[in-house]
Design a protein around this ligand. Sequence first.
Ligand code: SF4
Length: 287
Amino acid sequence: MRSLNDRKGQELIDGVLQIVDRLKPLHLSIVGGDPLVRYRELEEMIPLLLERRIHVQVVTSAFRPLAPRWATLGDLNVVVSIDGLQPEHDIRRAPTTYDRILKNIAGQNITIHCTITGQMMKRPGYQREFLEFWTPRPEIRKVWFSLFTPQVGDHLAEMLQPHERRQAIAGMLALRKEFAKLDMPEGMIRQFATPPQSPKDCVFARTTQTLSADLTTKIVPCQFGGNPDCNSCGCLASMGLAAVAAHKLGGIIPVGAIFKASVEIGEIRARRNASLPPPEEPLRVLR
Ligand code: SF4
């Protein structure tokens, strides 16, 4: 990644705006490293994106204070990533400790996101303790959990064993009834039990495009890059879209079937267009 040409300043702002004007996304997620490294550009860029009616999400460690006006921007979701409870987080993320985060998010309106790991699931009550710490705070609007997603062939302590995955899912299903700020619908949580088998089956991977900091390099097949182990996927967004796909219109046709058919038609058309000679320039006669 170091070899990528990481844009900054006006070049970065113009580059992002050009891409959204071309692709016209409904949602744009700006993730790290840490996007707040370019906080001046972000502060200028976010209102311009919102003007275009795009829902914007900034995912940060909150290592520096967030712009005060972000607290009032309706279509902006600032997500602060937390690596578990304070003792673990403070060791892994120093100097961005819990104390520093609390200072930097004061007066904001944010979502807390925690990726559940195998180590966390070995300590009973971890999810509850996490929610007990974060949910009473007025600056926290929502809390989200993901599960750790490995690459194929990984053997890491962060990976959840099958029984730990089941426990994590059961925990979320129970805790969402107790903690209203755990903003995860039941249908989405249940999808963690049957993640997509491959990027081809993943609605999220097929409907999103991830670009690196040079705004050119595509990260595939999804935001994890490389060869992610879909069977162990813990991506919250992927589960959310899988839940939508599983929904049956009129109780009969799954939305996913309509989506799949529509993507396939789009791909056939794209292939057909690519094989055609470029069209004659239109209205040449008027030159
Ligand atoms: S988001 Fe998850 S299921 Fe989808 S392609 Fe990536 S790893 Fe696989």
